[in-house]
Design a binder for this molecule. Structure first.
Ligand code: 2RA
Length: 371
């Protein structure tokens, strides 16, 4: 008889929870029991699974008794709150939150990259942030052939990453604007319809947001090296589902473009989408609802022989003002202002930091990059 599992989804009514439910069904995961758990606020909702209605229960410590696997996607504080109860019940938590990702005792796993890490779990297996997974998939086969020494990545993140209510906000704001009304922002910090803005996570005092730092630290942990310099700029865009990224990769030595293309095309979970004649490359609309990460538009960067970049888009997983890219030692960032004299004025005013803007004085190496 084949093995079956007793599974609980913690955060079942959220954008990721409902996606997990659909995946368990479409992949015919061998279930002997399925429990849907949420906060008391969402409890009582009914979700469809294999043609039946399942009632979502309010989570308590007793919810995990007799469960083998808890798929947790209800936020970091919820994962931390229930981790002890899940461990006490003898279940393994596969955690989609950021709560344990950088804990040295917790494996951070992308199945196509480091599946062996999952074998060493002590009750928790962490799932990386979606932007990290997207980036690591095409990087891994390349990094194995030639070490990557530097990454500069910009993301174009859909509303789905901020949850089901942010997706609804994008729909209602779009309709409001088309009807000539003012868009109301309640979930995201600014109107998202017909707009874009920096990722809605907290800033550190060097001007990077949490989402950007996740890409730095998680990527290094998954690829198993602290020797990669990484700078990320994460932006929320008015797309319903599927994040996109533009990745600039620098290797230790020149990397033949065709070899890179060949390796990426062979990578499990990745699909090369490049039709230069038709100008057809990865798009969120094509990635939405699919498992593969789409990668394309691979090219060398002008005048830099050993660098090339690719754009990638996957599923399930700037400010409105002008900005001037600046460099200091080995790291780069974006500073507001439209010309060099404006920047010199900013420097002269340091350490005064109007509106909490990042200081030049603190920008030596904001991502702890190896210099
Ligand atoms: C976002 N990546 O898009 C996040 C969700 N984990 O906000």
């Amino acid at each position: 008889m084949s093995e079956t599992y007793r599974v609980a989804i913690l955060g079942a009514t959220g954008a990721v929870g409902t996606e997990l439910l659909a995946l368990l069904e479409s992949r015919q995961f061998p279930l002997s029991e399925l429990k849907l758990l949420s906060s008391p606020r969402s409890a009582g909702q009914q979700l469809q699974f294999k043609g039946a209605s399942l009632v979502v229960e309010a989570v308590t410590a007793a919810s995990f008794e007799g469960i083998d696997i808890v798929l947790a996607s209800a936020g970091g504080s919820t994962s931390k709150q229930w981790a002890a109860a899940i461990a006490a019940a003898g279940a393994v938590m596969v955690d989609n939150s950021s709560a344990f990702r950088l804990d040295p005792a917790v494996p951070l796993v992308v199945p196509e990259v480091n599946p062996e890490a999952a074998q060493h779990h002590q009750g928790v297996i962490a799932n990386p942030n979606c932007t990290t997974i997207l980036m690591c998939l095409p990087l891994w086969p390349l990094h194995q052939v030639q070490p990557i020494r530097r990454l500069i990545v910009s993301t174009y993140q859909s509303a789905s990453g901020a949850g089901a209510r942010a997706m609804e906000e994008l729909r209602t704001q779009s309709q409001a604007i088309l009807d000539g009304k003012e868009p109301q922002a309640e979930i995201l910090p600014h109107p998202i319809a017909f707009n874009l803005f920096p990722h809605n996570s907290a800033w550190n005092d060097q001007g990077y947001c949490e989402e950007e730092m996740k890409m730095v630290h998680e990527t290094r942990k998954i690829l198993g090296t602290d020797d990669i310099r990484i700078s990320a700029t994460c932006v929320r865009v008015p797309v319903l589902r599927a994040h996109s990224e533009a990745i600039n990769i620098e290797f230790d030595r020149p990397f033949p473009l065709e070899k890179a293309r060949e390796l990426i095309a062979q990578t499990p979970g990745v699909k090369l989408v490049e039709d230069w004649k038709a100008s057809y490359f990865p798009m969120p609309m094509d990635a939405s609802g699919k498992d593969e990460t789409l990668v394309g538009r691979i090219r060398k960067i002008c005048r830099v022989k050993i660098t090339w970049s690719c754009g990638s888009v996957a599923i399930r997983s700037a400010r409105g003002q002008r900005s001037t890219p600046c460099r200091s030692r080995n790291c780069s960032w974006s500073a507001s202002g439209s010309n060099p004299s404006a920047r010199r004025l900013e420097q002269a005013q340091a350490p005064h930091r109007p509106n909490g803007s990042p200081s030049d004085m603190t920008c030596d190496n904001p991502c702890n990059n190896p210099l």
